[in-house]
Ligand binder design. Structure first.
Ligand code: EPU
Length: 449
């Protein structure tokens, strides 16, 4: 079994990147499978004894964390980074040491999705206290309520985490999500496919990565239907088979490079980019004044010259404008001519990254009010969740700290667009979901060290 090394994952000891900006990014890079699908598909392999194969898997830290978590449960995982192939042999599943699960999970939220598969395979699951990015509270109440409806018993007082059992097995249920949560929808899918009887999930999330997970589960033998009104129906089956599947391309990484092309006045061909999952982003990119060309093997994004236009956007669940597209785009909007407005309706606290942009010369004002028309859970709250960006503003190099993966990529773009040298601290957070981004930056002509 090949063990992954830090080298294969393009991570290194230093957590600081020096960036000499002011140069358009130009060239070709490749984007592989979606971080937010690949990790879930790897967990799905747990549902079936035998060997599942996932292709187009990027060498990112989240893949390593899920591989290691699977190994802790006695599963054999082999990853070939060059080919992008993960092979998961889930013939035997065993109980993991609670302390090891704690140590390994770090800030990952993936362990909670192990719950359903582990309940089916072992009759119990353990959840460490969960992390994630610093973008809001990120509670897991929907997940636990869903598992309880399916028959699980939750003990929150167990060894610094949560112990979940299913003394009578899992059974189908009627579940309504208070908000179309991506994770809670995946939780329901992964737990209900092998539950006894039918499950009806209303107000479900229908992101492309979730539809891809439905496709994987269908290949495995599950019976799942998705209605136009966000209702997902799952008919439990008594066993599943291993799968072979190619991951869809990462639409968040694709949009991040597109925004980098705009902000640096560059020209980037993203090999592997898929139009179908990017429709909403592409519309906004065009309104701002960016050009794109969809080819069979990817999408070219470029700045055609002239002034960029301001836009008003509201983040939303699919098919709305993704919250994860927001931060790199905000950086590009600092170069648009006029007032842009961004209303963040998915997370209550996703504008922390703008502090550094302001220190680099951006003019951004934050508001607690909803600056948009979408019904928003944060309307009556004190959360700063709207931003007005006044552009164009020249950016200058600075010392900046990466707050979370997407905010961090936004900082990186700002440093690349800025005059002078920037020192970006905490850069390894970006390794969670951007494969070989240092190599890609060099391929696009960036000067970094
Ligand atoms: N929420 C709750 N209770 C819950 C679960 C969610 O209140 O039990 C709230 C959250 O606090 C948030 C909203 O519901 O305000 C949406 O959260 P969701 O469950 O949809 O997010 P997630 O599953 O935790 C995934 C991605 C995120 C992405 C969101 C939204 C993964 C591993 N993460 O998170 O990706 O922003 O969906 O699309 O799939 C990223 O890649 O940088 C990232 C943060």
């Amino acid at each position: 079994m090949a063990e992954n090394t830090a080298m294969q994952f393009d991570e290194n000891d230093t957590d600081i990147l020096k960036v000499w900006g002011g140069k358009p990014l130009k060239g070709t890079i490749e984007v592989r499978g979606a971080k937010n699908f690949v990790s879930k598909a790897m967990v799905a392999a747990l549902l079936a004894p035998g060997t599942s194969v996932l292709r187009n898997v990027p060498a990112i830290r989240d893949v390593r964390v899920v591989s290691d978590l699977l190994r802790l449960h006695g599963i054999t995982v082999d990853y070939q980074p060059e080919e992008g192939v993960v092979t998961i042999d889930a013939s035997d599943v065993s109980r993991a040491d609670v302390a090891d699960v704690h140590t390994l999970s770090g800030s990952s939220r993936i362990p909670i999705l192990f719950s359903g598969p582990l309940l089916h395979r072992l009759g119990e699951a353990f959840l460490p206290s969960l992390g994630g990015d610093m973008i809001g509270n990120r509670p897991i109440d929907f997940h636990l309520a869903t598992l309880q409806k399916l028959g699980a018993v939750v003990d929150n007082t167990y060894k610094g985490g949560t112990h979940i059992t299913a003394p009578h097995g899992l059974h189908g249920a009627q579940i309504h999500l208070p908000y179309p949560s991506v994770g809670a929808t995946e939780q329901t899918l992964l737990a209900a496919v092998l539950a006894q009887g039918k499950t009806e999930l209303t107000n479900a999330a229908v992101e492309p990565e979730i539809m891809a997970l439905v496709a994987v589960l269908q290949k495995m033998g599950a019976i799942i239907s998705v209605d136009v009104d966000r209702t997902i129906r799952i008919e439990g089956v008594d066993h599943l088979e291993p799968y072979s599947h190619r991951a869809l391309t990462d639409r968040i990484e694709t949009a991040s490079w597109a925004s980098a092309a705009l902000a640096t006045r560059g020209d980037i061909f993203v090999k592997g980019a898929e139009q179908e999952t990017m429709i909403t982003y592409l519309n906004v990119f065009r309104k701002i004044g960016g050009k794109f060309e969809v080819r069979d093997d990817g999408i070219r994004f470029w700045y055609p010259g002239g002034e960029l236009n301001p836009v008003a956007i509201e983040t939303d669940v699919h098919p709305g404008f993704m919250t994860d597209w927001q931060q790199p785009l905000v950086c590009a909007l600092t170069q648009a001519n006029g007032l842009s407005i961004v209303h963040e309706t998915v997370y209550e606290n996703r504008f922390g990254f703008t502090d550094s942009l302001i220190r680099m010369g951006a003019k951004i004002q934050l508001y607690k009010e909803c600056l948009g028309s979408l019904p928003c859970r944060f309307r009556q709250s004190n959360f700063v969740h709207s931003a007005v960006i006044m552009g164009p503003t020249p950016l200058h190099g600075a010392d900046i700290d990466v707050p979370d993966i997407r905010g961090g990529f936004s900082h990186l773009i700002a440093a690349l667009a800025a005059d002078g040298m920037s020192t970006v601290h905490g850069i390894s957070l970006i390794d969670r979901g951007y494969e070989n981004f240092r190599g890609k930056l060099r391929a696009l002509g960036a000067t970094i060290e």
